[in-house]
Design a protein. Structure first.
Length: 362
């Protein structure tokens, strides 16, 4: 028989193990509770602000208006300030960036850091806009009117790009930015389209790297939407490569949600855009096979991404889902507003404008 002291020791050990397990379980629940609590304020703000002009009824409300000034007055209620009519497009973008930055500042640390990297997308747009303008020999005064400083593209860098005497010199000023790798791309190809693709790849690579900043409780939602973003990016890159007749294999990224490495390799070996789209059979992107124009394909992918972002935002509504939904939706909202304003200025029919928008049934 066991001695009394041994029995007591075993009982104490069992009790200690039980208490330890209970503490571990409790700490796990506490961590989750604290994580949910850290998102409550930001997510409440996100749902309050929303992306109103990616919703059909609100878009239709704008399209029913009779003048640009009426549209400007309406979108001001949602935070879009257009003070100078001649710079309406830039001011819409700047308002969008400000709203996103305000929300980012509220997010928990890991998601905030990831979201700050996401903002590189808007710096990329500025860089591409300047380089395309320089390539087309647009006067400097016109370029200055169409750009603004970003998170990584400072006023100094922006001015150096615009004051450069050639596209090559403008690209060279990117040496101290996250886009420095495009210098080699330009030197090898001399193609502004290849530089565009390289810039987009850099943004996606930085986002993939930024996943390491996320904690366990915020990782799942962001990883899902980022994987879908990689799919969308890869398909767009393949389509653009087919259009410009260039091998874009080095621009493609692994880690897609439905298009894994072997399928991506098969798609990249297609002899035409049509053959590549046919290779999407069996995926959620098979609907693209019925589309012919590059613009139609890209717009359909944008709508798909927005739908998925909204879906993930609701499924992961107490963690990082709403933050990703907001980042993606606000970008498309600003794009919709710019298309509507441009349509009003140019007298384009409401039906035609509607077909250019993301989030609106064509």
């Amino acid at each position: 028989m066991l001695e009394a002291s041994t029995i007591i020791l075993m009982a104490l050990s069992a009790a200690f193990i039980g208490i330890l397990i209970a503490v571990v379980v409790f700490m796990g629940y506490l961590r989750k509770i604290l994580s949910i609590a850290s998102f409550m304020g930001p997510n409440a703000t996100i749902f309050a602000i929303g992306a109103k002009y990616t919703e059909k009824k609100n878009i239709e409300h704008l399209l029913e208006m009779t003048s640009v000034n009426e549209v400007i007055g309406e979108i001001k209620k949602e935070g879009y300030e257009v003070k100078k009519l001649e710079k309406w497009d830039v001011e819409i973008e700047k308002s969008m960036v400000k709203m996103i930055n305000d929300v980012i500042s509220m997010l928990p640390e890991g998601v905030r850091q990831f979201s700050e990297v996401y903002m590189l997308k808007f710096d990329a747009n500025i860089v591409k806009r300047i380089l395309r303008a320089k390539y087309a020999k647009v006067p400097k005064s016109k370029i200055y009117e169409a750009v603004y400083t970003g998170r990584y593209i400072t006023e100094l860098i922006m001015n150096q790009m615009m004051e450069a005497t050639s596209v090559e010199d403008a690209i060279a000023t990117l040496d101290a930015t996250p886009f420095k790798d495009v210098i080699d791309v330009w030197n090898k190809t001399g193609s502004i389209q290849s530089v565009d693709l390289a810039i987009d790849r850099i943004v996606m690579e930085k986002l993939v790297d930024a996943k390491s900043m996320l904690d366990e409780d915020s990782r799942e939602a962001i990883e899902k939407i980022l994987a879908i973003m990689i799919d969308v990016y890869n398909i767009k890159t393949l389509v653009r490569g087919g259009v410009i007749g260039r091998d874009v294999g080095e621009c493609l990224l692994d880690g897609g949600y439905e298009i894994d490495s072997w399928k991506l390799k098969n798609l990249s070996e297609a002899r035409s855009v049509e053959e590549m789209l046919s290779g999407l059979e069996g995926t959620s992107y098979s609907f693209l096979r019925d589309l012919k124009e590059t613009f139609e394909i890209e717009l359909a992918l944008d709508k798909f991404l927005l739908d998925k972002a909204n879906e993930i935002g609701m499924v992961y509504s107490v963690s990082s889902g709403p933050a990703m939904m907001f980042l993606i939706a606000k970008e498309y909202e600003a794009r919709n507003l710019k298309a509507i304003m441009k349509g009003f200025f140019e007298g384009v029919s409401k039906e035609r404008i509607s077909k250019l928008l993301v989030g609106v049934a064509s």
